[in-house]
Design a protein around this ligand. Structure first.
Ligand SMILES: O=P(O)(O)OC[C@H]1O[C@H](OP(=O)(O)OP(=O)(O)O)[C@H](O)[C@@H]1O
Ligand SMILES: O=c1cc[nH]c(=O)[nH]1
Ligand SMILES: [Mg+2]
Length: 210
């Protein structure tokens, strides 16, 4: 299936990502671009969903037509910024169940602080797609995936917008079974744990907070 890391370097995604990175881009456009990119990434992350056929009748004749096998899917947003990726993916897969992991990064220690957890039933039977735009140190995503595995999830993918090499390495060490799909692999983290060149604080840019 996937290698551990897939960078989706489609021209439309890269063009929109450049607009998102630009500090002059206002909140409303930032959110709109994230939604558009999330739909393009959803196309990639669902590429290998299992298919089956069903018999339908076109205006011309009967046919056995391809359809998604009713395999259970759960999208899990890592709050807050994950919601910016969630919305677009959910629009394309409206029947998916949705879970939330509430985490924020302590600014000093860069350790994740947990404040909420709610996921659908039967996580062990689902393909679980965890979404968060930013993979920086990897502390948040590793903790979120620890929690998802505790809830029973066995088949997990992680979808983000920007990844730092440090975060990718941490995820590979802690969760080698979880493929990462990202729009870009950036250069490094700065001394405050921010991705550079990056786009700043995704949650703050999405919601206009500081
Ligand atoms: O890989 P890490 O070093 O853990 O950093 C990445 C995390 O930081 C951001 O969330 P943040 O803590 O800013 O919370 P927010 O989404 O509520 O803004 C981002 O959305 C990730 O969850
Ligand atoms: O660059 C970063 C790192 C963590 N979280 C963000 O929102 N941005
Ligand atoms: Mg934030």
């Amino acid at each position: 299936m996937y290698d551990h890391l897939t960078v989706v370097d489609h021209p439309l995604i890269q063009h929109k990502l450049t607009l998102m990175r630009d500090e002059a881009t206002p909140t409303s456009l930032f959110r709109q671009l994230l939604r558009e990119i999330s739909q393009l990434l959803a196309y990639e992350i669902t590429r290998e969903l299992p298919m089956t056929t069903k018999t339908i009748t076109t205006p011309m004749q009967d046919m056995d037509a391809p359809t998604l096998a009713g395999r259970k899917l759960a999208l899990v947003s890592i709050l807050r910024a994950g919601n910016g990726l969630l919305d677009g993916v959910l629009e394309l897969i409206p029947s998916a169940r949705v879970g939330f992991v509430g985490l924020y990064r302590d600014e000093e220690t860069l350790e994740p602080v947990e404040y909420y957890f709610k996921v659908p039933e039967h996580m062990d039977e689902r393909l679980v797609i965890a979404v968060d735009p930013m993979l920086a140190t990897g502390n948040s995503s590793v903790a979120a995936i620890d929690m998802l595995k505790k809830s029973g999830a066995k088949n997990i993918r992680f979808l983000c917008l920007l990844a730092a090499p440090e975060g990718v390495a941490r995820m590979k060490e802690a969760h080698p079974d979880v493929p990462i799909i990202t729009a870009a692999l950036d250069e490094k983290l700065n001394e405050k744990g921010y991705i550079v060149p990056g786009l700043g604080d995704a949650g703050d840019r999405m919601f206009g907070t500081k």
